[in-house]
Design a protein around this ligand. Structure first.
Ligand SMILES: NC(=O)c1ccc[n+]([C@@H]2O[C@H](COP(=O)([O-])OP(=O)(O)OC[C@H]3O[C@@H](n4cnc5c(N)ncnc54)[C@H](O)[C@@H]3O)[C@@H](O)[C@H]2O)c1
Length: 265
């Protein structure tokens, strides 16, 4: 597979989970990868995994909660590989708690990464993408893919700050798509109930709060999935590869549910 040959892609929060699966898939499709994460060892581990499979990748630490570090990770990609074609803003955090117990620091913890951090990463990526030539005349100069969530589509009593941050990610996607057209496409993916460390945290915090058995929150959510199984990080990679490639050149401002049918519209 070489649909993304000569494309340079950066995935944030790619040390594990959904970000790692997307980075591995884009590399399989021929892209050169820059893997970033707040956990440097994890970022370097994913980059090493890509190289071991025959791909090209470098890793670096970047906390996307800090706009200066987001700008630095974009600079790192451009210095190493000359340009940035695809930016996947995947890094995210969650906190589970009843609405009346959300403290300002909980709100900031989640929104500093998922909303504010994502906004400034989009801005930093777009500044570099705008300044580069497209691969062929008329094609976008770059593609930005934001990882939002189905939680951004409606309120969540136990994840109010998180749901707000993901609604912001969808809104930022639309604003940026309008502002950056026609040079850059900006789209989002809304995952559903994905088997990653994040959901292990959600289950732990939720069941502790309710006094339920560990695993009960996860099992409850699985019942709402029409396709009848939990989502794997790999289930998101086909959409990510599509949005990174030429097949989506005429698509911008969209947020796609990849959730086994939990939300239908
Ligand atoms: N797991 C799900 O069910 C689910 C559902 C919908 C959306 N999402 C979204 O998908 C994305 C990935 O989630 P996941 O399930 O793989 O989570 P995860 O917790 O397994 O992985 C998240 C990664 O992001 C990194 N990270 C956290 N804060 C960071 C920061 N400030 N800067 C850089 N990296 C940081 C972590 O170190 C980790 O490697 C997130 O944006 C999440 O909100 C997940």
């Amino acid at each position: 597979m070489d649909a993304l040959q000569e494309r340079i892609a950066l995935v944030s929060g790619a040390g594990r989970g959904i970000g790692r699966a997307i980075a591995l898939r884009l590399a399989q499709e021929g892209a050169t990868l820059v893997v970033t994460d707040i956990d440097e060892a994890a970022a370097l581990g994913t980059a090493a995994q890509i190289r071991a499979a025959g791909g090209t990748a470098e890793g670096c630490r970047a906390d996307v909660g800090d706009p200066a570090q987001s700008a630095a990770m974009i600079d790192f990609a451009c210095e190493r590989f000359g340009r940035l074609d695809v930016l996947v803003n995947n890094a995210g955090v969650v906190r589970v708690q009843p609405l009346l117990e959300v403290r300002p620091e909980d709100w900031d913890f989640v929104n500093d990464v998922n909303a504010r951090g994502l906004f400034f990463a989009v801005q930093a990526g777009a500044r570099r993408m705008r300044a580069q030539a497209p691969h062929r005349p008329g094609a976008p100069r770059g593609k930005i893919i934001n990882i939002a969530s189905i939680a951004g589509r409606s309120g969540r009593p136990m994840f109010a700050a998180y749901a707000a941050s993901k609604a912001a990610a969808i809104s930022i996607t639309q604003s940026a798509a309008g502002a950056l057209a026609p040079e850059i496409t900006v789209n989002a993916i809304c995952p559903g109930v994905v088997e990653t460390e994040m959901w292990r945290t959600i289950d732990q915090e939720w069941t502790q709060h309710d006094g339920r058995q560990p695993g009960a929150a996860w099992q409850d959510r699985l019942k709402a999935i029409p396709l009848g199984r939990p989502e794997a990080p790999e289930d998101l990679t086909g959409m990510a590869a599509f949005l990174a490639g030429a097949g989506s050149d005429y698509i911008t401002g969209q947020s796609y549910h990849v959730d086994g049918g939990v939300l239908m519209n």
